[in-house]
Write a protein that binds this ligand. Structure first.
Ligand SMILES: [Cu+2]
Length: 246
């Protein structure tokens, strides 16, 4: 095949591969039932790929830069450079092929990010929903029966947790680093995030939006408990609430 078609072929390959990737991502579009996706693994995987990508690209560009600096340095005073003569095909090839190689890589990462984003935005159907109202400076969690906790989000392990949130004053952001989730909570608007605690333990909650003085003190924790332990805790809180209200 004639060399001048190479850029065109690269272009086609880029669009075909991007098409295949995005078609794959469609499968993950509504994972409300069936297997629960794992956004933590997805996040870690994508993070690693981006790090490898920018390291390889960075080293490659640095090497080319060094090579060009040495090759085309001025060897004597008053020396003038002479531009290299390229054929039209070679000129377009040098410009377009590298662009499409890097674009293909970006499309690939973009498609993966899109798939991951879909699983972040689509809580599993089996999620247990907890309401959150953030305020300066507290996180108020409300469970389905009306039980409330401040700054402690107690959850059962093995169940996806959906936190639906708003704010009573200014913009806050619920950030749970261990679960790789973060979402702004703001007055007059309802937002959400979901995560899937799998092991018993505690995880830091912190506010990731500067919300005023003492913002940095706005922290809390997720306490992941065995289902049975969680049920009895919730039942006793519920009983106390009913008694108090009676
Ligand atoms: Cu805040």
């Amino acid at each position: 095949m004639r060399r001048r078609f190479y850029p065109l072929i690269s272009l086609l390959l880029v669009f075909v591969s991007a098409g295949i990737s995005s078609a794959k991502s469609e499968e993950g579009h509504f994972p409300t039932t069936g297997e629960i996706p794992d956004p933590v693994a997805g996040f870690n995987h994508l993070w690693r790929e981006v790090m490898i990508d920018i390291t390889v690209v960075g080293i490659l560009f640095a090497l080319v830069t060094i090579l060009l600096l040495i090759t085309y340095r001025r060897k004597r005073a008053g020396q003038e450079g002479r531009p290299v003569k390229l054929s039209t095909a070679a000129m377009f090839g040098w410009a377009i092929i590298p662009v499409f190689i890097f674009m293909a890589d970006d499309f690939y990462l973009g498609a993966k990010g899109w798939t991951l984003w879909n699983s972040y935005r689509t809580p599993p159907e089996s999620s247990y929903e907890i309401q959150l109202e953030s305020a300066m400076w507290s996180w108020k969690f409300t469970y389905p029966g009306g039980v409330e906790t401040y700054n402690e989000l107690k959850v059962p392990v093995g169940t996806p947790i959906l936190v639906r949130m708003t704010s009573s004053d200014t913009v806050h952001s619920l950030f749970i680093p261990d679960f790789k989730v973060k979402e702004d909570s703001m007055p007059g608007r309802v937002t959400y995030l979901w995560f899937h605690p799998k092991k018993v333990g505690e995880h830091l909650i912190t506010c990731a939006e500067y919300c005023g003085m003492l913002h940095s003190n706005m922290s809390g924790k997720v306490i992941a408990m065995e289902q049975g332990e969680f049920d009895s805790w919730l039942a006793s809180e519920q009983a106390a609430l009913t008694e108090g209200g009676a």
